[in-house]
Design a protein around this ligand. Structure first.
Ligand code: ZN
Length: 247
């Protein structure tokens, strides 16, 4: 009898600790950002960050429009507030709107309350332009920590990084930008480009990127579309030749 009670107590203890560990793991997992979507279809999301300038946007938008190519624009709140013409052009071109935060600073240094305030401030500036509720956030500089991911979620946003950095913001040369994107392509990837005026070569790299990826059999969609195609993945597939988990 005593042995049975002892055994039952041990079982309860094991089950309880397993449940606790499971809960911790899920919390740790959910407080990481999204890097790609798990799918076997040859589909990727095309995304642009935009926080200043009008020149590169004015060159990139017509290319996308002519190619009937939708993309997701992560726009910073202050930009949306001060550039109504550009915002109208982005939305008229059928692009998807997402948030690039308010002040362009590293979220890992803001603390939970600071991140939440940043995200909510940007939301107020972006919402009037959006077709529906906004819920996709790319933190400035792709910087995050578990607290910033949790704080963004509290403000209604999922934190999105990327799988493929075009490096267009470094102006490394058109062929480098093109090959970085086309050689790292994989189903479910999120491609990072920029429409800010820091970039001088994005408009030249974009047409050959679109042509090459199409020839590889890829279809480019907005991030919102991609996220309907499979589970959002929070392991970082970048660097060291690491293969993403394609399921
Ligand atoms: Zn940025």
């Amino acid at each position: 009898m005593l042995r049975r009670i002892a055994l039952a107590a041990v079982c309860v203890a094991i089950l309880t600790s397993a449940a606790v560990v499971g809960r911790d793991l899920r919390a740790a997992e959910v407080n990481r950002p999204i890097y790609y979507v798990q799918t076997r279809e040859k589909v990727m999301a095309l995304t642009f960050d935009l926080s200043w300038g009008t020149k590169m946007l004015g060159l990139v938008l017509p290319i996308l429009e002519q190619a009937h190519q939708p993309a997701t624009f992560f726009v910073s709140g202050p930009y949306a507030r001060t550039h109504p013409e550009e915002m109208k052009a982005i939305m008229d071109a059928g692009m998807e709107l997402a948030s690039h935060g308010a002040a362009h600073v590293n979220f890992s240094g803001l603390g939970a309350a600071g991140v939440e305030a940043n995200v909510r401030t940007a939301n107020a500036d972006l919402s009037p332009w959006a077709r529906g509720p906004l819920d996709l956030l790319r933190p400035p500089n792709g910087d995050w920590n578990p607290a910033s991911v949790a704080a963004a979620r509290a403000a209604g946003y999922q934190t999105i990084i990327w799988s493929i950095d075009s490096l267009d913001w470094m102006n490394p040369g058109v062929s480098t930008i093109v090959s970085r994107v086309t050689k790292q392509a994989f189903p479910g990837a999120i491609i990072l480009m920029h429409a800010s005026d820091t970039c001088k070569q994005t408009n030249l790299a974009l047409p050959p990127i679109l042509t090459d990826l199409k020839a590889q059999g890829y279809r480019l969609v907005t991030l919102g579309e991609l996220m309907k195609m499979g589970p959002a993945m929070r392991d970082d597939p970048r660097g060291s030749g690491q293969k993403p988990n394609m399921g």
